[in-house]
Design a protein around this ligand. Structure first.
Ligand code: BV8
Length: 238
């Protein structure tokens, strides 16, 4: 694919970009959903049914963040963020903090973040490192036992939809990295971008469900493909 005369780039990342850092994906071998039913741990209904189970599920994943590091793919996107003179938006479906820790800043978490807690009493979101299962006080309103993971569950509205749609309409290039394309509305972004005139590139370990919508698909590990692609797109737009 010719990467010259590109101005605005939108990048969608999924669990596959964090896999080489040791963060479990959802639908791969020993994926997160293998140990649990989605309905039990990633829906408001599951949380209402058994809040302790859901809090423990996210507490365990939040604790794991201290044991993992960004990989070469996160570092390459952070380099692009620093050196790219045009428009750039990294839309991550991931709830880990590896993009930020690698140095990316033009970034949004459309499905929330493990390192944020959402108070059901005052609606405030607060940075959060520790556990929530033990019902801590909200840092904003002080009410105990009302903090939930600041995660977008199935059936809940993803964050910053308008901002994402605007970026897709203005994109010259849409890049999907390490996502199975199993979940909407994220899975439909490639079609929106392509309809609005963007070139579309997928990088994935396996071809995803919606690969037909991409002008080009590169099969391999994100840790190898992404640094090479960043080099290529920067060289084509000096
Ligand atoms: C919404 C947070 C209304 C939780 C997540 C019927 C049709 C269409 C839609 C629906 C439908 N029924 C219901 C819906 C809506 C539903 C949905 O899409 N359901 C699916 C199951 C059909 N969606 C929602 O409910 C969303 N909200 O629709 O609200 C609305 C609609 C429009 C506009 C406004 C409002 C909310 C969905 C968010 C759910 N929360 N995450 C948590 O993290 O615990 S979803 C979760 O799965 C992830 O966040 C991610 O978004 C999603 C997909 O996972 P992936 O990131 O792709 O990971 P996966 O394991 O699946 O794949 C890994 C990929 O990496 C693979 O392709 C693999 O090959 C690759 N890989 C692995 N290793 C590597 C690699 N690639 C490169 N290198 C490697 N080393």
């Amino acid at each position: 694919m010719d990467f010259s005369d590109i101005r605005n780039i939108v990048i969608l990342t999924g669990a596959g970009i964090s896999a080489e850092s040791g963060v479990a994906t959802f639908r791969g071998p020993d994926g997160l959903w293998e140990g649990h039913r989605v309905e039990d741990v990633a829906t408001p209904e599951g949380f209402a049914r058994d809040p302790a189970l859901v809090q423990r599920f996210y507490d365990a994943r939040r604790a794991r963040l201290h044991e993992v590091e960004p990989n070469a793919a996160h570092a390459a996107l952070a380099r692009l963020d620093k050196e790219w003179k045009g428009g750039l938006l990294i839309v991550t479906q991931n709830v880990d903090d590896l993009h930020e820790r690698a140095g990316a800043s033009r970034l949004l978490h459309m499905h929330g973040e493990l390192k944020s807690a959402w108070c059901r009493a005052c609606d405030a979101r607060s940075p959060w490192q520790g556990e929530l299962a033990n019902g801590p006080d909200c840092p904003t309103c002080g009410v105990a036992g009302k903090l939930r993971p600041d995660i977008v569950w199935f059936g809940e509205m993803p964050y910053e939809m308008e901002r994402i749609d605007r970026a897709l309409m203005e994109a010259d290039l849409f890049v999907s990295i390490g996502t199975s394309g199993a979940v909407y509305p994220a899975a439909g972004y490639v079609q929106t971008a392509r309809y609005c005139g963007a070139r579309t590139l997928e990088m994935n370990l396996d071809p995803r469900q919606g690969s037909i919508f991409f002008h080009e698909t590169r099969i391999g590990k994100a840790g190898e493909l992404v640094p090479a692609w960043v080099e290529e797109v920067l060289a084509a737009n000096p």
